[in-house]
Design a protein around this ligand. Structure first.
Ligand code: HEC
Ligand code: HEC
Length: 303
């Protein structure tokens, strides 16, 4: 009997402890979510001429905005894993019903949301990967914002979002990018882009988003924040053992059409977003290739 009593006592304390931990996770994460950011943003030039709008649509495709916000920009559910992770939705970026455009009074408001992950009211956006958009240059960002402002209105249902306990706990342990505004150095003033062309410099610019997974030195390895069984990112340097050393330019160009490697393996688009890169023009793909070929060959992971 005594042992049962002790076990029961232990169980009760464990449940109490769990509840206290859960409350703490909610209180702390809510405090982070309601923090206000006061960020100064650089100026961009917007316009409604057709060349700028077409460029903006292209930037939205090659930077993956349409992947999460939909090709009509009306938003969609991007994580649907109730109750643990929760349900996280992207936003309707148009001026239709429940769209955010009417709340965006100036171009600076758009810049702040896209580059800094901060809403016009100063609160941080949830799970919107602004840390990846710091590398969008002034001309491209101006064109992108021009395109967003010109988007035809689309109505959407009211937002129905829940941030689950697991998403909050993982976030507090630095394992889930719940609040991208906290991952960004908002005072970093670098903001430029090289002239368009089939050059190393332009290829390096286009490769900005690849570095998030393939590494700053493009030598591949573990993709930060992915589960242990996730495939390692490929070494993109010209190393002949693990890198793209034996690839031809033609093989690289066509990889982005169908996600097939030269040995016929199809790469999972959830792991390597080749459908996003598919919208790159031949000239952009060639610039990427020229840049990757200019890198020193490194072993996988770069050690
Ligand atoms: C991984 C998915 C994902 C991608 C890719 C993405 N977004 Fe978002 N975006 C989100 C989510 C989720 C939100 C909602 C954040 C919130 O309301 O807290 C959001 C919100 C926004 C908002 C703010 C809306 C508001 O409530 O004020 C803007 C503006 C925006 N995104 C623009 C873009 C642009 C431009 C791109 C491409 C450069 C882009 N997004 C790419 C997921 C994404
Ligand atoms: C979200 C993470 C992510 C991003 C962003 C990303 N990649 Fe990848 N990429 C991967 C992973 C992971 C693999 C390995 C897939 C596999 O082995 O199944 C891969 C594979 C590849 C391969 C395939 C080669 C092979 O033989 O396995 C090429 C080429 C490639 N990436 C180029 C790029 C380029 C260029 C960019 C930027 C325009 C880019 N990737 C952006 C994650 C990413």
């Amino acid at each position: 009997m005594k042992i049962l009593k002790i076990l029961f006592g232990l169980l009760v304390s464990l449940v109490v402890l769990l509840i206290v931990a859960l409350i703490a996770v909610y209180v702390i994460s809510d405090r982070h979510l309601s923090r206000k950011y006061d960020v100064e943003v650089p100026q961009v030039t917007t316009s409604s001429d057709s060349i700028t709008l077409a460029r903006g649509a292209h930037v939205a495709d090659i930077r993956g905005c349409t992947q999460c916000h939909g090709s009509n920009l009306a938003g969609r559910v991007v994580i649907d894993a109730m109750p643990m992770l929760g349900r996280i939705q992207s936003a309707n970026l148009t001026s239709g019903r429940n769209g955010v455009a009417p709340r965006y009074a100036s171009d600076e408001d758009w810049v702040r949301a896209i580059r800094d992950g901060v809403r016009p009211d100063g609160t941080p956006l949830v799970f919107m990967p602004s840390y990846e958009y710091r590398t969008i240059g002034p001309e491209d960002l101006g064109a992108l914002i021009s395109y967003l402002k010109a988007a035809p209105p689309v109505d959407s249902p009211p937002r129905d979002e829940t941030i689950g306990p697991l998403a909050r706990a993982l976030y507090l342990f630095g394992r889930f990018p719940l609040i991208p505004a906290e991952m960004i150095n908002h005072s970093d003033r670098s903001f430029s882009q090289p002239p368009e062309g089939e050059t190393v410099a332009y290829g390096r610019y286009l490769a900005g988003p690849c570095a998030g997974c393939h590494g700053e030195r493009f030598a591949g390895g573990k993709v930060p924040g992915t589960p242990p069984d996730w495939p390692l990112a490929t070494n993109l340097t010209p190393d002949t053992v693990t890198g793209l050393g034996s690839w031809t330019e033609g093989q690289f160009m066509s990889f982005f059409n169908d996600g097939r490697t030269p040995d016929g393996r199809e790469v999972d688009p959830k792991v390597m977003p080749w459908p996003v890169v598919r919208s790159m023009t031949d000239s952009e793909r060639r610039a990427l290739w020229i840049f990757l070929r200019s890198l020193p060959p490194l072993p996988k992971g770069g050690e």
